[in-house]
Design a protein around this ligand. Structure first.
Ligand SMILES: [Zn+2]
Ligand SMILES: [Zn+2]
Length: 102
């Protein structure tokens, strides 16, 4: 049975980050990190490009660090009620990422 599309709603829940992180792939470039995962709300796959300006430049003495990144669902699927200039289903959450910055 097909599920009705979720209506667009700007919403966050405590469990979103953990669900997203579970299937997440992070690919780092020089200027951005590409987070590929499944939206925990609408369950559509999407890629979120995070510019690395918010990431601190890793120092040799400290090869790993944790960064918090605000991610918003930007899936390409339809969600009724979505503003023309918006993307995804409206869900957003904060990810804590371990970034080993190459
Ligand atoms: Zn969606
Ligand atoms: Zn979504």
């Amino acid at each position: 049975m097909p599920r009705l599309p979720q209506p667009f709603e700007e919403i966050t829940r405590p469990g979103y980050a953990a669900v997203h992180l579970a299937g997440l792939r992070v690919e780092g470039g020089r200027h951005e990190a590409v987070l590929s995962g499944i939206c925990p709300r609408c369950e559509h796959p999407f890629q979120y490009v995070h510019p690395l300006t918010g990431f601190r430049v890793p120092r040799p003495s400290r090869s790993r660090d944790t960064y918090s990144v605000q991610v918003a669902c930007v899936c390409a699927e339809e969600h009724p009620g979505r503003p023309d200039d918006d993307e995804g289903c409206g869900a957003y959450w904060i990810l804590l990422l371990r970034w080993d910055g190459r």
